[in-house]
Write a protein of this length. Structure first.
Length: 101
């Protein structure tokens, strides 16, 4: 099982659902004891937040999670971040890791 997700997702922002393409990753942060997930939402003409950092919900085939969007980068991709349970599967035991990890 890989830690992260790449593919189609549903982004809910300001009550509107959009189908988006995402690349997500994450890591456990021992300092605060929480899992921090993050990633990029590929450029989408239906997505504009006008300088705000709105709260969003991101759904993948593996789950959903609350997060926050940031300003778009030069290529029109938005960064999305969240803490705690991510919208993708995370290995929780050594048995969940692929061989050779």
């Amino acid at each position: 099982m890989e830690d992260g997700y790449t593919g189609e997702a549903t982004l809910i922002v300001d009550g509107t659902s959009l189908t988006v393409e995402v690349v997500l990753r994450g890591n456990f942060e021992p300092v605060d004891g929480r899992y921090h997930w993050y990633g990029r939402i590929q450029a989408n003409p239906g997505l504009s937040v006008d300088g705000r950092k709105p709260s969003v919900v991101l759904r993948t085939p593996f789950g959903s999670a609350a997060g926050t969007l940031s300003d778009p980068d030069t290529w029109g991709r938005y960064r999305v971040t969240g803490t705690s349970r991510p919208p993708f599967e995370v290995p929780v035991t050594l048995a969940d890791l692929p061989p050779g990890s």
